[in-house]
Design a protein around this ligand. Sequence first.
Ligand code: SAH
Length: 364
Amino acid sequence: MSPLAKILEEIILRDGPISVEEWMSICLSHPEHGYYTTGQPFGKQGDFTTAPEISQMFGELLGLWAAVVWQQMGAPDKVQLIELGPGRGTLMSDALRAGKGVPGFINAISVDMVETSPILMALQKQTLTDAGVKSQWHQTIEDVPSGPSIIIGNEFLDALPIRQWVKDGDHWKERCVNVIDDRFEFTLGDQVDLSDIPEVFRQTSDGDILETSSITTDIIQKISARLCQFGGVAVFIDYGHSATGLGETLQAVKNHGYAEPLLDPGQQDLTAHVDFAAVARAAKEIGARPWGPITQGDLLERLGISARATSLLASATKEQAIELASARQRLTAPDGMGRLFKAIAISHPDAPAPPAFEEVSWAD
Ligand code: SAH
């Protein structure tokens, strides 16, 4: 057994089965052995590849998106550009380079990176060394100094732990993880108070699974409160579904393939689909305004990926041109990341539609 598997076994033998939320939290963020704490999961050598690592166009277009949001805010002298879960720092680096083309923007921003992993934080600092913008790092969104802000999170929400609820006869029970003969197995916890289950899902069939994430709700509400108080806009891009639904989406990924979520704790990525409807509900409860979700394909097309690809092609070698075409296809095509990945924006209630979200205000 790995050191983290031993730690998890000890916890379960001492306290009883742990929730899926606790399993995900420990596997991803244990201070010594967590997946993000120890690893560098991105790219060909790692376990998965994210949009900013596929092409510089992704971060550049989000940088221009942020610059237009800043103009919509009245081009204030000072605004914070905040990124949650910045990975290798690639998105921010590309965004800042593109933002330099918009007069006044770079001088107005300071960068706040929210990252829990010390290894990734060090990598991000290295990536932004020459960016020429004042940057600070924080453990949580609450640690970021207050003020008007433009907030970006790509594949951040899918890394936040979820809880799973299973219908068992007439009751809902929490799905937990137990250990038997050194093997981790799913089990059901005690029956839960129905107030934990949204009304529409109370009458369903035996074995149905519902996922919720109070950690996501909490972070979205903190961001929403911040936007309501100081102004600004947030955008989150991730894979997930537009409406809350039944079904299990917890998944493990290792070496670019699917793996078993209860195997090799801390040595593989664990994620769950984002429930965009739940994100919108959380924002609305605080008085902020959700926009979308729109597909990643629509987001990038509306932000001008065609024009950016054409301008990059002008100075590309033949190999670079092939790579560029394939990256664009992968990011935008419905059978690539174009449809499964979606973007949701959250703004101050009086803010105009953020770029790419025109006419897509959240429908009740
Ligand atoms: N945005 C990057 C990385 C996505 S992976 C990209 O698109 O390439 C998820 C990122 O979120 C990692 O940087 C991970 O360390 C970070 N992370 C996970 N949980 C976090 C939390 N609770 N708070 C802040 N960062 C977190």
